[in-house]
Design a protein around this ligand. Sequence first.
Ligand code: SAH
Length: 398
Amino acid sequence: MSDAPKLTLKPGRERSLLRRHPWVFSGAIGKVQGSPSSGATVEVRAADGAFLAWAAFSPASQIRARVWSFDEAEVPGPKLFTNKIEAALALRRAAIPPETTDALRLVHAESDGIPGLIADRYADVLVVQILSAGCERWREPLIGILRDISGCARVYERSDTDARELEGLAPRSGAVSGAEPDGPIRILEHGIKYEVDVVSGQKTGFYLDQRDNRARVGLLAAGREVLNGFCYTGGFSLSALSRGARSVLSVDSSAPALELARRNLALNGLDAGRSGWLEADVFGALRKLRDEGRQFDLVVLDPPKFAPTPKDAARAARGYKDINLNALKLLRPGGLLATFSCSGGVSPELFQKIVAGAAADAGASLLLRERFSAAPDHPVRVEFPEGEYLKGLLLERR
Ligand code: SAH
């Protein structure tokens, strides 16, 4: 036994750890020995004393500890982090050909074995989010290892999300290494240029998880009149326009996002005459378009997270049903709906049921043509289903 503080679980509560799920909830803990500070390494043991995991203690959160390793020989520290980050980068190299993009999620938290660490690369800039007490404790070594292994000299921190509050951590953002970006960073994804505002854009600046879905939906857009709901900086819109969409109307409530979207359009030399941009609430805009008698052949809906956890699922379901129902009312027969949910609290099965309910109410018959998930730099571990948050359906109206 080490001299690290110990969490001993209540009898029977070791089961999820034995299945390699990386979270220890406060209610599962029987006894705390020692007085671990926020982010300190603790040993997690079953009621019978058997070793279960090394974890990071988080006194403020209901997720009281997050696992670093299930192997007693792997004591958390720079060596273990280096191994995990190298493995994460090797996975990206194997799964994503370099010509696909120069913007990638290099580390995706629990799904890469580093709970609470996000690292996104945009060209030569690395943007990190430190969202757990454990990663906060190891912040400097983690950033140093990321910089060395990725080769990105410029590192910018965007630890400014609500998740940090749950861990009892104050928000923090700013340049960590190298110069502060003096404007958006230019990236190239599936042949399309985007400018990414890593300083004040949403998330770390771009929705990398939708990369391959943007490309796929673009391919389906040729010759179609497209409506892109929740367009952010124009992702699906530019992909559709570059693949020959007849027109694209893009809606978002964020003025800065739309401004960048227009710049992205110009950057790619795409025809502004085929694109319209609407700063509006999508819920209201869909109704208004209906009242105006507008019709489309392809509708994309990629809303923000309505349900972060399962307890928000009912309210989220009403939101998803509303937008999908109203989108279907705008869709011509033979038209396509590409509809997404990035809510961890809504399972793929529930999402499909909600959309089926919307179709029934709209009097539409829908053929399920394809399913969407996140790009491979957002890996999913079967033992951590929470990592599979993004799902989407491609539906054809019959
Ligand atoms: N599809 C985009 C990402 C969408 S993220 C891409 O590929 O990059 C979700 C977007 O929804 C954000 O841009 C946010 O500003 C916008 N948003 C959130 N609530 C909204 C609402 N009620 N109406 C319109 N836009 C909204």
